[in-house]
Design a protein around this ligand. Sequence first.
Ligand code: NAD
Length: 251
Amino acid sequence: SFSLDGETAIVTGAAQGLGKQMATALTEVGADVAIADVNLEKAERAAEELDGETEVIATEVDVTDESSVEGMVDAVTDRLGPVDVLVNNAGIVENSAAEETDVESWRRVVSVNLDGVFLCAKHVGQQMLERGEGRIVNISSMSGFDVNVPQKQASYNTTKAGVRMLTQSLAVEWGDRGVRVNAIAPGYMRTDLVDEVLAENPEMEETWLENTPMGRLGRPEELKELVVYLASDASSYMTGSTVVMDGGYTS
Ligand code: NAD
């Protein structure tokens, strides 16, 4: 079933963008949701907006910092009960030519997009394994499959491919212990992250549209049903998969 009635979910980076849409989707099928974001003020505003039929709380986390992740998981468990669903959505992009990228920029992207997914999966995973029950949805990207010419974002592409393999690795380790791990690889969805890329390179939009068979960017809310599917028993025999949703871009 698609219901998450009475369950607890954490969505990282859910103060805005795709994470906020996915958090909304989980509340609509009955889950209590923790909006875990490095921007607490924005997370609080989002939580206030979504709070309604189910309980929605804001909690501060820097996913790159293990003690911050541990504290967040404890705080959510105290307030909402054990975690049934984790959506690893927090992610950043930095655009620069590889030969000009300084190592600090490389490490920032790796630490949010890859360390962050690992650390949240590790600490929520420990709890899920103990209970023998849980679902994790990681947000990769179509950039983890194909390099989007002419964009220069080697660090981003590399981390998003890494998220796919981490998803498979965790799925295999935890497959017979009740914890399913899948990923979503979205194409271009109109959020602040994409608007920032377009602000630097407005001509990029035309290239994107030319390369997208459906001829348009995705709408963030188009992710809602897919995250509910992967987070619920509707996908009970799926683990280790990365589902691409990109208007045909990588086809
Ligand atoms: P966004 O920039 O709008 O939102 C990202 C959120 O993550 C923000 O609220 C930010 O505060 C939070 N965040 C950043 N660093 C953090 C940290 N260290 N700890 C906790 N939270 C942190 O981005 P978005 O477009 O909504 O993207 C969300 C996810 O989807 C990312 O992983 C992104 O790579 C992926 N994605 C986006 C697109 C797209 O087209 N928008 C496409 C493919 C994949």
